[in-house]
Design a protein around this ligand. Structure first.
Ligand code: SDX
Length: 437
């Protein structure tokens, strides 16, 4: 249930000489919105807001962002404290259940994740059907959607089984990601183990091999937990909104999440972490001259954007980017890894943040700017970086899908539009047509 507050305030609207008053609602952190649900019925008008820059789709109790102050919290807990003190499994429980788990709740949840870690052996054969260089995000969304076929019982009464479905997804997506990597490398699959934690299990499935057993490094496990936590949720971002829109038609959880995976794939969204590394790699290969990329990013006639910079909501530092940048330095020092891309990223950030173009537009490094450097230090290939984003974002997507089912204001998502095409015109038989010009 959401805790919106109906204020005494009214928004006054004067249209065609008539005055209308629309209710104002307020959230627990003081955010205010004009409730326009009766606008069209009262005035015949709709609003227009491309990209939904100013439009709230719902009230939510999951995540709070303050873009001006650079604040991010999950269920009221600051991201900095969660990233420092929790595991990803703990934060997944928090996002999906609304409270930090007790020790008993956490161990029960961990056991469920262990129980559901395997994927059906018939699913493994799907990997053989994908061409060798299939994009990992295409594989991931297909495999997640196929869970509808392997667990059809879950589709009939979703909310009754939501905890089982959530644990199944969180655990199997990790296995699917690791298996798709092993398949792409032509290496034997490494199955999940009950004696390893969530992140240690993933790393072991990714990097263990019959000829060289993988040694789980606590620094790497801690860094991966932190990265996944930082990607856990981010209110109504593009992919989460997609999960909500698809789920609003009463689509099951697996298919809704599969749609979210595809939205995240975009280079303007979750695909940016991979694009950042490709950009930094290119700068490195060209001798480190990043200034031309800054000039290209500023050129209104050049479609190039400085990936990893800018954000729809944050108009100051993305708090996640600050934490990841620090974790970058810690992990690379602990692993004794020297990555020239980190030096290039630091210098590029410093120069951009002192450039009027970026300052005027409040463009700062976002969550994607440094994350790839850690993934690379861990040994994760660049084309799997967005898969890692999806792994982290999964508990957030699940939490929003669940919240929507409980929302008393829930409607199927169906925006309006303003038609700007041809006015009505007479039909032309094909023999008299001259064709489209
Ligand atoms: C994520 O929404 C979320 O919460 C997303 C996310 C999450 O956790 O789910 O935080 C994850 O998607 C992070 C963003 C990853 N994407 C990138 O790093 C791609 C590069 N960034 C940009 O494409 C852009 O900043 C967006 C897409 C992130 C935001 O776009 P907006 O809000 O629509 O901003 P805009 O396009 O209106 O830009 C405003 C101005 C424009 O200049 P003017 O027309 O005013 O002259 O800023 C410029 C833009 O050209 N601008 C950039 C820029 N980002 C914005 N110019 C150069 N480089 C950039 N990166």
């Amino acid at each position: 249930m959401t805790n919106r507050i109906i204020t005494d305030e009214k928004a006054e609207l004067i249209l065609d000489g008539k005055t209308y008053h629309l209710p104002v609602i307020m959230g627990t952190e003081g955010e205010k919105a004009i409730d326009i649900k009766s606008l069209r019925a009262q005035t015949g008008y709709i609003t227009m807001d491309s990209g939904f820059m100013n439009t709230g789709a719902c009230c939510s109790s999951i995540t709070f962002l303050d873009g001006e102050e650079g604040v991010l919290s999950y269920r009221g807990y600051g991201i900095e404290e969660l990233a420092e003190n929790c595991t990803f499994v703990e934060v997944s429980y928090l996002l999906d259940n609304g409270c930090l788990p007790s020790q008993e709740q956490l161990s029960n949840f961990s056991q469920m994740l262990g129980k559901y870690a395997m994927i059906h052996e018939d699913m493994i054969r799907f990997f053989d059907g994908f061409p060798p260089n299939s994009p990992p995000m295409a594989i991931l969304s297909s495999m997640v959607n196929s869970l509808c076929s392997f667990y059809p019982d879950m589709l009939d009464n979703p909310l009754e089984n939501i905890d089982k479905m959530a644990a199944r997804l969180l655990s199997k997506v990790r296995t699917i990601a690791a298996f798709s990597y092993k398949k792409s490398m032509g290496q034997p699959l490494v199955y999940p183990r009950h004696d390893l934690s969530y992140c240690a299990n993933f790393l072991n499935m990714m990097f263990d091999s019959p000829v060289k057993p993988y040694e789980v490094d606590d620094t790497v496990v801690k860094a991966l937990n932190k990265l996944l936590i930082l990607h856990g949720d981010h209110e109504q971002n593009c992919s989460t909104s997609t999960v909500r829109v698809v789920g609003s038609a009463r689509v099951n959880l697996y298919a809704s999440i599969s749609a979210g995976i595809n939205a995240l794939w975009g280079p303007l969204h979750g695909g940016a972490n991979q694009a950042v590394m490709e950009m930094l790699d290119k700068i490195h290969m060209e001798g480190g001259n990043f200034k031309k990329y800054i000039e290209r990013a500023k050129d209104p006639n050049d479609p190039f954007r400085l990936v990893g910079f800018g954000h729809r909501v944050y108009k100051t530092h993305d708090p996640r980017a600050r934490i990841i940048k620090k974790a970058c330095e810690d992990v690379l020092n602990a692993l004794n890894v020297k990555d020239p891309l980190l030096d290039i990223a630091r210098e590029l950030e410093a120069v951009a943040l002192s450039d009027e173009y970026f300052i005027e537009r409040n463009l700062y490094p976002n969550v994607d700017f440094y994350s790839g450097i850690i993934y690379r230090a861990i040994g994760i290939p660049t084309n799997m970086f967005t898969v890692m984003f999806a792994l982290g974002r999964l508990p957030g997507w699940i939490a929003h899908w669940k919240e929507m089912w409980d929302d008393p204001d829930w409607r199927i998502s169906r925006p309006r539009q303003i038609y700007v095409g041809h006015k009505r015109r007479p039909f032309v038989p094909i023999e008299r047509r001259t064709g489209c010009v």
